[in-house]
Design a protein around this ligand. Structure first.
Ligand SMILES: [Fe+2]
Ligand SMILES: [Fe+2]
Length: 294
């Protein structure tokens, strides 16, 4: 029987006031070592926000990210037939996601990317890692193609096999139709033990999309940073060891090296673009083609 595609309401598509709400929730879960965590009152000051928006976001994410959903999104987006533009125009395009309703930060998407890349550069890491920082959230343009927030951001997890209870709000996986498909609910599900993450379908979002966008242009270590930066159940919680191969185990430290730059580099003092422009133009010119395809 052909699956009927569900139409989502506006609320179901966008339960969060902004994508940053998810990032703030991750930061609350994994506060910066040595820095007192912000209190919930510090974090949010909407009139009636409720942290429930994050819970609702994960309910939707865990309910609708099925194995078939992921394959469908891959078939659509990995054709890269939507748009093509020069790299610097792509940052302007991404910045259409700027959100006025977030009282925490007036940083646009580009500023988050630049702060991440500048923090990496300040620590003396190789230039390809600086570029990885600059590009790592480019996949969020999925929102601009009409994707629901829960198919763009959120912790990622393997589909087609049993869920780890270390994925945040695991109770909502009971709502996922895959939960009732026994072939998807053994430990390795449709995969082989030790098959390597490259053979595993992850829940769909900005990580996989930007990885596929960049896969011919960055070294393997940078590609792992892109592809798995939201896979907290792996790189923070050490779950899903039975899917890993030796290569994944070697690459894990690079994903872990990247994560703090993503989470902890938000600074109220934005980098001055005019002073950085020529460095980044050279960097982009060194590794990336003239245009990016979406
Ligand atoms: Fe991200
Ligand atoms: Fe990020």
């Amino acid at each position: 029987m052909p699956a009927v595609k569900k139409e989502f309401t506006a609320h179901e598509k966008n339960p969060l006031a902004s994508l940053d709400e998810w990032e703030d929730a991750v930061l609350e879960r994994y506060p910066e070592p040595g820095v007192p965590a912000k209190t919930k009152e510090d974090f949010r000051n909407y009139e009636q926000p409720g942290r429930d928006t994050v819970r609702e976001f994960y309910r939707l994410n865990h309910t609708y990210q099925t194995y078939d959903f992921v394959l469908d999104k891959k078939a659509n987006y990995l054709k890269f037939d939507k748009k093509e533009m020069p790299v610097w125009n792509a940052f302007d395009f991404l910045n259409q996601l700027v959100d006025d309703s977030d009282p925490d930060t007036d940083l646009d998407q580009f500023q988050h990317l630049l702060q991440t890349s500048e923090a990496i550069r300040a620590d003396g890491h190789p230039d390809w890692m600086v570029l990885t920082g600059l590009m790592h959230d480019m996949g969020k343009v999925l929102c601009l193609f009409g994707e629901p927030q829960w198919a763009v951001v959120g912790d990622t997890f393997p589909v087609g096999c049993a869920y780890s209870d270390k994925v945040v709000y695991p109770e909502y996986f009971k709502n996922n139709p895959d939960y009732n498909r026994p072939e998807f609910q053994t430990q390795t599900g449709v995969y082989e033990k030790g098959c390597g993450l490259r053979n595993v379908h992850m829940s769909w979002g900005h990580d996989e999309y930007v990885y596929q966008m960049m896969k011919d242009h960055l070294p393997e270590e940078g590609l792992y940073m892109l592809r798995y930066h939201s896979f907290y159940a792996w790189h923070r919680e050490g779950e899903y060891g039975y899917l890993l191969d030796e290569h994944d185990k070697k690459m894990l430290k690079w994903v872990q090296l990247f994560n703090p730059y993503d989470l902890y580099s938000k600074s109220p003092k934005p980098p001055v673009w005019s002073e950085l422009k020529s460095y980044y133009e050279d960097l982009v010119g060194k590794y990336l083609p003239q245009t990016i395809k979406f």
